[in-house]
Design a binder for this molecule. Structure first.
Ligand code: FAD
Length: 370
């Protein structure tokens, strides 16, 4: 176990992803002592998410996170594949804003450190102990003590497994492959259904296009590599996929929500609490919203464990609502059967016929809680 760090922190955040870093900066701005323990020796370099919703832009900008002024703005988005004019949301930063995750993480880390958070890399949390003194986080070389510990350590969360939280929801059955390619000449597509497959292509940087493909015939045993991707892409779209992927990702349509908060001194945020297929940017953006709302609940002015209990209850409601939206959207986006096509065209007609519905969906897609 090694040394015991004598002076306890107010809050230890386990994980320096977007959720942990945003929370750490917000808490440090309130003059709380914050220690961030990150397992890796640097920030995650995987592209992962590339879109900030309006609400996230608002939260990050309002709190002084730098580097967000020149991001590319998209004024249209979609809900379950149905095009939505996002400017109808009528909120600050209406639209979606493009930034790849490693860049966002880098900006958040600089900002969190400037706010006064103590960031320590190569410090994997191995165990969590709860006793009368507080909460201890055991790393290989040291044990750290705090009043409160936050698990922001991603979908495979050590904190979550240490405190024994269950995850409930839907375990994925649809398989997808996604890749970033160093090309810019692919036809843009948004969950286009062709020849029984579903294909998406969109340029996410000046030299990079992200493609995503789903074939209902794929199962757990299918090898989803770049050869399979190129082969199936050509079968679906008739286009050859050229260039070696700079990033490749396989995932399913699982949507898992953590079930309960066993001890008020430990909280889970981001992917540690809500792990889902990234439809509509819900994953990254709900992680940012979690961090923001928890920072309020942990603030020196809030009502202690009562405030945390309320935070946990309302956040769980938000996660469950997001999970329902994601399940609904996933069915319409990825199923190629007659029923899903009919439902999608019904939704499309309803949206085209009602500005009010389009506005409401624009707000939902923007992450607005109005
Ligand atoms: C492959 C992949 C692709 C994704 N694509 C998208 C997408 O397209 N759109 C979208 O919206 N979202 C996507 N997501 C989700 C998105 O990346 C997350 O929602 C976002 O990063 C916020 O997550 P987080 O900060 O909670 O966790 P993460 O970003 O996963 O950060 C967790 C951090 O905790 C660290 N850690 C883990 N275990 C420990 C430990 N024991 N001790 C200390 N540190 C630890 C990790 O090294 C990591 O730095 C994707 C996620 C993955 C994994």
């Amino acid at each position: 176990m090694g040394d015991f760090e004598r002076s306890p922190a107010d809050v230890i955040v386990v994980g320096a992803g977007p959720a942990g870093l945003f929370l750490a900066g917000l808490l440090a701005r309130q003059r709380l002592s914050v220690l961030v323990l990150e397992a890796a020796d640097t920030f995650c370099q995987q592209t992962r998410a590339s879109t900030l919703q309006a609400r996230s832009m608002s939260l990050l900008s309002r709190n002084g996170v730098p580097g967000l002024t020149n991001l590319r703005q998209l004024k249209t988005g979609h809900f379950a594949g149905v095009g939505i004019d996002l400017t109808l949301a009528d909120i600050p930063f209406a639209g979606q804003w493009k930034i790849i995750q490693p860049e966002l993480t880098r900006l958040l880390a600089l900002w969190a450190a400037e706010c006064g958070a103590d960031l320590r890399f190569s410090s994997p949390a191995q165990a969590i102990r709860l006793d009368d003194q507080g909460v201890s986080v055991v790393c290989s070389d040291k044990t750290h003590l705090a009043r409160h510990v936050v698990g922001a350590d991603g979908s495979g969360s050590t904190v979550r497994s240490q405190v024994g939280t269950r995850r409930v929801g839907h375990h994925g059955r649809r398989h997808l492959i996604r890749a970033d390619l160093p090309v810019t000449d692919l036809t843009p597509r948004r969950f286009q259904k062709m020849n029984g497959l579903v294909a998406t292509a969109s340029q996410i940087a000046s030299d990079t296009t992200r493609v995503m493909l789903h074939d209902p015939a794929w199962g757990p045993g299918t090898v989803l590599d770049r050869v399979q991707l190129a082969h199936s892409w050509a079968a679906a779209t008739g286009e050859p996929l050229e260039g070696l992927p700079t990033w490749i990702d396989r995932f399913t349509d699982s949507v898992l929500v953590h079930d309960s908060q066993p001890d008020p001194r430990v909280s889970l945020i981001g992917d540690a609490a809500f792990d889902s297929i990234p439809v509509g940017g819900e994953s990254l953006n709900s992680a940012i919203a979690d961090a923001h709302s928890l920072a309020i609940a942990l603030s020196p002015d809030s009502a202690g464990s009562t405030g945390l209990g309320k935070w946990s209850a309302s956040r769980d409601i938000a996660h469950r609502a997001a999970a329902r939206r994601i399940r609904y959207q996933t069915r319409l986006l990825l199923d190629t059967d007659k029923q899903s096509r009919q439902d999608q065209s019904l939704l499309d007609r309803a949206v085209r016929g009602s500005r009010c519905l389009e506005r409401r969906l624009a707000q939902l897609v923007s992450g607005s809680t109005m």
